[in-house]
Design a protein around this ligand. Structure first.
Ligand code: PEP
Length: 256
């Protein structure tokens, strides 16, 4: 089974519309009229989605993601953005369950599952983030945490939903810290997550689902991580803020 790798830039709360335009101008010559052996996704903040859609709308090699969506359809939810609204911006993916949303905004597995279901109702593809804290890893709880996040976050998902879902394994201790999981640590966790998908959804779905690694991926470590058999791309924060390093990660990661 050959899985198509997927490289996604998570800009977090960086780059308004004008910086989005600058990034697009730097990236466009390298992605326009190009085909990649992978999917390339950019997740700007909500307010920059319109600019990103304007800049990348005709570029078939680049897809857009949102960084979050509401678990509700519409109504009195000040500050929130629904999954349906995102469809108007040519958004195809939505990042859900990111550790920053879990830790800073108190998103529980149940809330994340409700968001995952809303995303699927409007045919958005979730990039579903999971991962353990350092304390959980050192306390021998890695598998317990991943099992809980996978089981609860994907509760009620059909085979079709799973075909349109990407998982991002992101050890919290590696996000934005410059500390990357070793290839062996990442591979071990990815293989375990794939086995969990097998338990819950069957061997076919497990073999097909793409599992990205996230956590301080840089141009100089992408090749080693992407060479692991169960790693199918990367979710990239800091190193995806500049077009050249995002491109270098894609190039080094797909040459593996
Ligand atoms: C992330 O935010 O998902 C992430 C992996 O960030 P960084 O690459 O900066 O560690």
């Amino acid at each position: 089974m050959i899985r198509r790798p997927i490289f996604a830039a998570n800009w977090k709360m960086n780059k308004g519309p004008s910086e989005t335009e600058d990034f697009a101008r730097a990236l466009l010559p390298h992605v326009q009229h190009q085909t990649f052996p992978c999917d390339v996704v950019i997740a700007p903040p909500f307010v920059s989605l319109a600019k990103a859609a304007e800049m990348f709308g005709n570029v078939t090699s680049v897809a857009l993601a949102a960084q979050n969506c509401s678990q509700f359809d519409a109504g009195a939810y000040t500050g929130e953005v629904s999954a349906m609204m995102l469809r108007e911006f040519y958004v195809h993916y939505v990042i859900l369950g990111h550790s920053e949303r879990r830790a800073i905004y108190g998103e529980t597995d149940e809330i994340i599952n409700a968001k995952m279901k809303k995303a699927r109702e409007v045919n958005l593809k979730p990039i579903f983030c999971i991962g353990e804290t350092l304390e959980e890893r050192e306390g021998g709880k890695l598998e317990e945490v991943l099992r809980r996040q996978v089981t609860k976050g994907l509760e009620g998902f059909s085979e079709k939903d799973m075909a349109d879902t990407v998982i991002a394994y992101e050890p919290v201790w590696a996000i934005g810290t410059g500390v990357t999981a070793t290839a062996a640590q990442a591979q071990e966790a990815h293989a375990f997550v794939r086995s969990l998908i097998g338990e819950n959804f069957g061997a076919d779905t497990a073999a097909r689902i793409r599992i990205q690694y996230g956590g301080s991926v840089k141009p100089n470590n992408a090749a080693e991580l992407m060479a692991c058999p169960d790693i199918d791309g990367a979710l990239i924060g800091g190193a995806a803020l500049e077009a050249p390093s995002f491109l270098a990660i894609i190039q080094n990661g797909t040459a593996a």
